[in-house]
Design a protein around this ligand. Structure first.
Ligand SMILES: [Fe+2]
Ligand SMILES: [Fe+2]
Length: 164
């Protein structure tokens, strides 16, 4: 924990840590949702969908890594109990109980849209207060925007194929 590094944060650090831990919980749940989705998914275009889901899972885990490093840097403690993820999450967890490709894509598009909203808000909160967190959040937001687009174009291809 660097004292000067924390001192320059122009907002309540505990409040910021809580927001970061909430996003951290989202990332773990998103990781698991993608990872399991890639294992169980069934239907047309399955291979392309699995590749995309596995890439996204890896990105969400990397986001959890980025957030936890920042939480520790700010003197906080990352959520230590997985059952707390459920209490802390903004976007929740959508179990892939229906393995059909279309359903899995739709669930994950919903998750990405929620994540985009969360990071947009976190970006606004930190904009003039904490440039270091702002930079991390911006990188994550860029990935989430890309994720939404990847999944929506897969869904478009799927719909097109089913119409033929
Ligand atoms: Fe993420
Ligand atoms: Fe994502």
């Amino acid at each position: 924990m660097g004292t000067k590094g924390i001192e320059i944060v122009g907002m309540d650090v505990n409040k910021l840590l809580n927001l970061l831990n909430k996003a951290y919980s989202d990332e773990w749940l998103a990781y698991y949702q993608y990872w399991l989705g890639a294992k169980v998914v069934e239907g047309p275009m399955k291979e392309a969908v699995i590749t995309e889901l596995m890439e996204h899972a890896a990105d969400e885990l990397r986001h959890a890594d980025m957030l936890t490093d920042r939480i520790i840097q700010l003197g906080g403690t990352p959520v230590t109990e997985p059952n707390k993820w459920y209490e802390m999450t903004n976007c929740g967890y959508d179990a892939p109980d229906d393995p059909y490709v279309k359903k899995i894509l739709e669930q994950n598009i919903g998750g990405e849209q929620c994540a985009i909203g969360v990071y947009k808000s976190l970006l606004e909160t930190t904009m003039t207060k904490d440039p270091v967190t702002y930079n991390i959040v911006l990188q994550i937001l860029q990935d989430e925007v890309e994720h939404e687009e990847d999944l929506q174009s897969l869904l478009d291809d799927f719909e097109m194929m089913m119409k033929k």
